[in-house]
Design a protein around this ligand. Structure first.
Ligand SMILES: [Zn+2]
Ligand SMILES: [Zn+2]
Length: 140
């Protein structure tokens, strides 16, 4: 079984994850842009029992598009968001994939707020409309 490690910038907050993600996505929504400071967020979803959590995290909760809360866990020292949980996906944890530098997205959402100058190669993930998605990644 594959073991992956995800860590914040300073390494204090880190996860050890066994096995494969159930979903890998990217999101163009404005909330994700504000959270990351980047123009696209990328995340992989795992079942909670696949993950061993280590280090201290500070949390911040916001209400997602679904009206349900999503809670983001970030390092109190360096500020990197490492993972989040939401009532829309109970039992699962989304992990920011930049913290692994490993899996690639398989779906894109919130194309309407995608920066116009970002053009992705033709073999990139399907857009929300194609995949039937209507919500931000905080919701799934
Ligand atoms: Zn840190
Ligand atoms: Zn989003």
């Amino acid at each position: 079984m594959t073991t992956r490690r995800a860590a914040c910038s300073c390494g204090q907050l880190h996860l050890t994850i066994e096995g494969e993600p159930s979903r890998i996505s990217m999101c163009h929504c404005l909330e994700c842009q504000r959270r990351t400071g980047a123009v696209i967020s990328n995340q992989a979803r795992f079942r909670r029992e696949q993950i061993t959590f280590a280090g201290k995290a500070t949390t911040w909760m916001r209400t997602a598009e679904s009206g349900k809360p999503a809670t983001f866990h970030f390092c109190p020292t360096c500020g990197s968001t490492v993972y989040w949980e939401g009532e829309s996906f109970p039992g699962y944890v989304a992990v920011a994939i930049g913290n692994f530098a490993d899996p690639a997205p398989t779906i894109a959402v919130w194309e309407e707020s995608r920066h116009f100058w970002i053009s992705l190669p033709p073999d990139t993930p399907p857009k929300r409309g194609e995949a039937g998605m209507t919500i931000c990644v905080a919701d799934y």
